[in-house]
Design a protein around this ligand. Structure first.
Ligand code: ACO
Length: 703
């Protein structure tokens, strides 16, 4: 990737002398940005473009070209790619639209194939170009005037990306790189991240993503990059999708966005809700030292704004320093008697600019206080101009030592101060939530950088034996496992399933119940009925023969009414499992991220409660434990109202096993343990039901 960002020479195929054409604007930006390498406009007419000699054909250029920007109509691109291959170009930046985004996947694939045959990589097509501060190169058709700086942007949206150029200027965000990835026919975010991770100019990375192609690779790359540099992502499209939604709970809960969100969090990526928030984070993250510890101090001249900041700190995971004696000692000489040294430190409405300076210096000097949040509501006691100087002064002292955020609230004069200071790179915000959210992002980055990577746990699964069971179902032309097959897989996984016997008629059901011992559960066995409870195909806690008879008839009646054409093979009589907390563990092949695992509470109510979390698989037990603790209802597992703690380690073991299974057996489409009943700590779990869906072989393919 280095030669894409730092090319020695660049050709523009489709360069034009007509200022209304993109091919003109790109040459103009390259020239204006101060790029020091060779620039070779290619145009059949030859002549001169913007003072540069234009070549009628790429083969006329004698110098070695690292990057060819292609900006000619779609129909001519493939032959230009061939010409680039012959000229031993390294990278193609294909601006042209009109390929897979309008349905022409075939030509796009041919372009990539041809490029790869010649050892070239393709950025795009359907992009606005690339800017790289490393070589002062603006090869985009944006408005120009990009300020170099520490933030790299990768964007899938062209229009938004171009607009970001102007926005970075008004938001005082300096760029190390700006890359448009468009259709991602070849080069994708993961390729670019590998370069940006090692680029010293880049201190924070912002990605705008619409769809993910090779999610497994992206996740792996991000997980690595975020251990050194912050990555912020904005993703559009929170809408639900799911081709397998109807077939499983995991499927219907694994909306594209839920999985994206969890996987990004797992990879240590910060997800911003809006472009504004993303800009505010990257600007701050790229310019601020990591806090030396967890505890922050709020200094304010208004109680209300202090309370708002306190709320925001709780929301964004910023801890407030709480040793009252130290606080009183630190701030007693700095504020009036009627102020408060409790954190928020309230200097009161009569605070002067000097009071602020002294308080913030006190935070800076106190080793136990690790970051400052300075809030100011406009009052008549301040000379705004002098206040701005004072903030400059305070910031200069803080900038390399501790994080600080300023939030100023007031009228026109305050807005002007915010604009000026921001332009100078000082972290000043108009809104207190925005200020604390930036500091919260910095704390998350700190936690990520300090967190030890999960140790790989060897996990021994009898994959060959499990595959043999799956093959049996596939050979039978089924895309799912029958209950006894699923039970065999469960046994191979070491999951504790209740005893069960399949009965083909009422007599057999009565006999089976006698053999297993009352109480028992009875469930319908039919390949046409996936959600048994919904079809009335389950009866619980049957105590005697009479109840077996009644339940048997009721189940058959209800299932026939629910799914009239269902082929019913009988009923399964199962040992009644004692009650506990009902949970669900699922795993599936996600269309974007590959194997993912899910955990949730609620058993059959999981879809109502929607309290689930996901991770990219495989994961070890410690990640599984973190995933379990993500749930809103996690306190139920810790034990509430005198109940004892549940066996969280046993759940983590099941989650981890399923994650390894879905990773290693890619022929499994979806697997679900529901419910997984969890007992008190040390008493383990029981798998009441397990369903497995497998991928159907395509045209006789076997895995
Ligand atoms: N080699 C060299 N030069 C060539 C070749 C060739 N094989 N073929 C044509 N040219 C020249 C043309 O003669 C012309 O030069 P001229 O002005 O001197 O005559 C120049 O290349 C451009 O060719 P045109 O036919 O004039 O094409 P035009 O500039 O109208 O359009 C473009 C080309 C911009 C690539 C268009 O096809 C296109 O795809 N536009 C959309 C681009 C886009 O939006 N990309 C996504 C960006 S992200 C976003 O959404 C903002």
């Amino acid at each position: 990737m280095r030669s894409l960002f730092e090319p020695r020479a660049i050709a523009v195929i489709g360069a034009s002398g007509n200022p209304e054409k993109i091919g003109y604007r790109i040459v103009e930006n390259i020239v204006r940005s101060g790029y020091g390498g060779g620039v070779f406009p290619i145009n059949p007419r030859g002549g001169e473009i913007l003072g540069l000699k234009a070549y009628a054909d790429l083969s006329d250029v004698e110098e070695e070209i690292d990057v060819a920007v292609i900006v000619i109509p779609a129909g001519a691109v493939l032959s230009a790619v061939e010409a680039c291959g012959a000229a031993r170009v390294k990278h193609l930046v294909v601006i042209t639209s009109g390929f897979s985004e309008v349905g022409d996947l075939e030509t796009e694939r041919r372009i990539v194939r041809t490029a790869r045959e010649h050892g070239m990589r393709v950025l795009g097509p359907n992009i606005f170009g690339i800017y790289s501060a490393a070589s002062s190169l603006d090869a985009t058709f944006g408005p120009g005037g990009i300020t170099p700086g520490p933030v790299a942007i990768i964007t899938q949206s062209g229009a938004l990306g171009i607009a970001m150029i102007g926005k970075t200027a008004t938001e005082s965000v300096g760029l190390s790189a700006l890359v448009s990835v468009g259709n991602k026919s070849d080069v994708d975010e993961a390729d670019l991240l590998e370069y940006l991770a090692s680029d010293e100019r880049t201190r924070a990375i912002l990605m705008y993503v619409e769809g993910v192609k090779d999610g497994e690779r992206l996740q792996g790359t991000l997980a690595e990059v975020t251990r050194h540099k912050p990555v912020v992502v904005i993703k559009a499209g929170r809408s639900k999708r799911g081709s397998m939604a109807a077939a499983s709970h995991t499927g219907s809960l694994a909306g594209a966005d839920e999985v994206f969100d969890s996987v990004m969090r797992q990879a240590g990526v910060l997800r911003a809700e809006s472009v504004q928030e993303a800009f505010s984070w990257v600007r701050y993250l790229a310019s601020t030292p990591l806090p030396p510890g967890d505890e922050a101090v709020i200094v304010t001249n208004g109680g209300g704004i202090g309370v708002m900041a306190t709320d925001a700190c709780e929301k964004h995971g910023v801890l407030l320093y709480d040793d009252q004696a130290v606080l009183a000692d630190t701030f007693s000489g700095v504020m009036p008697d009627f102020g408060s040294s409790k954190n928020p430190v309230d200097l009161t409405g009569q605070a002067t600019a000097e009071d602020y300076a002294r308080s913030l210096d006190a935070v800076l000097a106190e080793g136990r206080m690790h970051a400052a949040i300075a809030l100011y509501c406009e009052t008549a006691l301040f000379d705004t101009g002098r206040f701005a100087d004072l903030l400059r002064d305070v910031y200069a002292r803080y900038r390399d030592r501790k994080p600080i955020v300023f939030s100023l609230f007031g009228g026109e004069r305050i807005d002007a101060v915010i604009r000026d200071l921001r332009g100078e790179g000082i972290p000043v915000f108009g809104d207190v939530y925005e200020a604390v959210s930036a500091l919260g992002a910095l704390y998350r980055v700190r936690r990520r950088i300090r967190e030890a990577p999960e140790e790989a746990e060897p996990i021994d699964l009898p994959i060959d034996e499990i595959r043999a069971v799956l093959r049996g179902a596939r050979d039978g032309g089924r895309a799912f496992l029958l209950a006894p097959e699923a039970a065999r897989v469960a046994a191979h996984l070491g999951l504790d399933m209740p005893r069960s016997i399949v009965a083909r008629n009422l007599d057999e059901a009565v006999g089976a119940a006698g053999e297993i011992g009352y109480p028992v559960v009875m469930k319908i066995v039919s390949k046409d009925i996936v959600h048994k409870s919904d079809a009335g195909g389950v009866a619980l806690d049957l105590e005697n023969e009479e109840e077996i008879v009644d339940a048997y008839q009721a189940i058959l009646r209800s299932c026939r009414a629910h799914v009239p054409d269902a082929a019913i093979e009988g009923v399964e009589v199962v040992e009644m499992v004692r009650s506990g907390v009902e949970t669900i563990v699922g795993a599936r092949q996600d269309p974007s991220f590959g194997p993912v695992v899910m955990f949730g509470l609620g058993g059959i109510y999981v879809e109502v409660m929607k309290d689930v979390s996901f991770r990219a698989a495989p994961i070890g037990r410690s990640t599984a434990r973190a995933m379990i603790s993500d749930l809103r209802s996690y306190p139920l597992l810790l034990g509430v109202r005198g109940e004892s703690r549940k066996d969280i380690d046993a759940i983590a073991a099941v989650v981890s096993k399923l994650s390894h299974l879905i990773d290693r057996c890619r022929e499994i489409a979806d697997i679900e343990v529901n419910p997984l009943i969890v007992y008190d700590h040390g008493e383990g779990t029981r798998t009441v039901d397990m369903r497995i869906l497998i991928k159907q072989p395509k045209g006789g393919e076997r895995t």
